[in-house]
Design a protein around this ligand. Structure first.
Ligand SMILES: Nc1ncnc2c1ncn2[C@@H]1O[C@H](COP(=O)(O)OP(=O)(O)O)[C@@H](O)[C@H]1O
Ligand SMILES: [Mg+2]
Length: 496
């Protein structure tokens, strides 16, 4: 028995496949003609079987579907099993403007057209939540301790305030629900200190809710993060605590984990991609460090590459970060198509916090942090270890090894100055490591290394005096801003 059978007209095959993909991604089983019906089998019989053997049939409604409806047996099959609609056997989904008539007319449908992909996905998933039952056992109302809310911009779904709620929403009073009313789609990850859940907010949009053992969390540092204007960091939008756990609502980051982009033993993140990673991560870290916050947990599992949405590329240029927030510091003409996002800020601490416990993540943790003294420079070491892993596909040697140079004779990092930079980041003495806050101030100089970037031809690469920061700018921009850059002879002739 599968969860869903998708009934569609061939004109809407791309919609049907998209719906099937989203459902399977969210742990539902799906039968769809395009993927599951093999050539040479009897189409009508397969269709009827699929419909009978599925809990629900999703009808992909369009003018084509309705025109062909009476020749198709599957909707009738779905309908006849549940004439009152109680079991929600038939779930009509409109993908184009059309008017369901006859037997289909009284059944409620949802519309997926004229929405962004993310909106369509959450509309679809919300429509499938067939009951108001929350995914977690509600806290016993008699002895419930109301959650303590530390920070956040999302309006509190308080029963006193009576905000409009979808009728399928949890009937439990929100104060008795440790999940604060978010409905869990699935648990993404369960770790030693807690768990990460993909959830729906009240408005049906997707987010992450992360629950962590409160012993491990500095509420003060984490709360400071919520209002920081730092880009490309999955900072908590709201923080609350119930019992022994601290909960965070986080933006959902749909991307590729850096560790999954790396070929073990080979690495592969080199050239302009490595540069873009270094520049972007440093910019985010500089934002944290300027406020006395240390991330403490930079490593290849906690960095994601995400595609900027196409909207960001239009007239206004690249002024938005991975979450669509306006990115003030970002050079509006930088045409990198990916943004690097730091996730997992749960273990942030304040650099003056002398009581902070030691926090450790293998080779990515510098010696001083192992002993409990994390400071801004500790994140720079972790950045160096992450860049090393990204470029070469292996971990840096332990800091207990006698040699302080992490590289072997045949190691090759492109461009070569990044190899030197990594070595300086990995200095065992925090005071001598490059600082994110210093470097991002200077944007001058020129170097040419375009590597794997998808960049228009009229772009050049500029680099900072420290030869660390690289950005691509259109030649026209460099022309009007030449005074801001030192240009090598090669590029000077191009722009003058
Ligand atoms: N904001 C997010 N968006 C999407 N996936 C996330 C997000 N936060 C965490 N995850 C997923 O959960 C995994 C573990 O989350 P993380 O916050 O790194 O937990 P831990 O502190 O246990 O390392 C991540 O590797 C990622 O797959
Ligand atoms: Mg993590």
């Amino acid at each position: 028995m599968s969860n869903f059978f998708i009934s569609y007209n061939k004109a809407d095959r791309s919609w049907a496949e998209w719906i099937a993909w989203v459902l399977e991604e969210n742990e539902h089983s799906v039968v769809i003609q395009a993927w599951d019906f093999r050539p040479g089998r009897n189409f009508v019989i397969e269709t009827q079987n699929a419909s009978i053997n599925s809990e629900h049939t999703i009808a992909v409604l369009s003018p084509d579907y309705l025109a062909a409806m009476f020749t198709q047996p599957e909707w009738a099959e779905a309908f006849s099993g549940d004439p009152t609609g109680n079991m929600r056997k038939l779930l009509p989904v409109r993908v184009r403007e059309c008017k369901p008539a006859g037997l289909l007319a009284p059944i409620e449908y949802v519309d997926l057209f004229d929405l962004s992909e993310q909106e369509a996905e959450s509309t679809l998933l919300t429509a499938l939540l067939d009951r108001a039952k929350p995914s977690n056992r509600p806290t016993f109302p008699g002895g419930a301790v109301p959650p303590r809310v530390f920070a956040g911009r999302v309006p509190f779904p308080n029963s006193d305030i009576q905000s409009p709620q979808p009728h399928r929403f949890s009937p439990n009073p929100p104060h008795a629900d440790p999940m604060f009313g978010y409905s869990v789609i699935k648990t993404v990850y369960t770790g030693g200190y807690g768990r990460v859940m993909k959830c729906l907010r009240h408005d049906g949009s997707v987010c992450i809710v992360k629950a962590t053992d409160s012993q491990e969390v500095s509420i003060e540092a984490l709360s400071r993060l919520t209002d920081l204007p730092v880009t490309n960091i999955a900072k908590p939008l709201r923080i609350w605590s119930v019992g022994d756990y601290v909960y965070e609502e986080l933006p959902y980051v749909a991307g590729i984990r850096l560790s999954d982009m790396i070929f073990s033993g080979h690495g592969g993140l080199q050239g302009a991609l490595l540069e873009s990673f270094a520049v972007s991560t440093k910019r985010s870290l500089a934002g944290l460090h300027a406020q006395g916050i240390v991330h403490r947990d930079i490593h290849p599992d906690n960095v994601y590459a995400v595609f900027r949405s196409t909207n960001d590329k239009q007239d206004e240029g690249w002024t938005y970060d991975a979450f669509g927030s306006f990115d003030r510091d970002f050079n509006p003409t930088t045409p990198f198509e990916i943004a690097w996002v730091i996730v997992d800020c749960t273990f942030v601490t304040l650099d003056q916090d002398i009581q902070a416990k030691a926090y450790y993540h293998g080779r990515f943790t510098p010696p001083e942090q192992v002993f409990g003294h994390a400071e801004a420079a500790s994140d720079m070491y972790a950045l160096g270890a992450t860049m090393f892993y990204a470029a070469l596909g292996r971990y840096i040697p332990s800091y207990t090894e006698p040699s302080s140079c992490p590289f072997k004779r045949d190691d090759y990092v492109q461009p070569p100055y990044l190899q030197d930079y990594i070595e300086r980041l990995l200095s065992r003495s925090p005071a001598t490591r490059p600082k994110a806050v210093d470097e991002i101030k200077y944007t001058t100089a020129a170097v040419c290394y375009t590597g794997l970037l998808r960049a228009p031809h009229d772009n050049i690469v500029i680099c900072s005096t420290s030869e660390i920061q690289c950005e691509l700018v259109p030649i026209s921009y460099a022309r009007t801003h030449t005074k801001d850059y030192y240009l090598s002879d090669k590029w000077r002739s191009l722009v003058s």
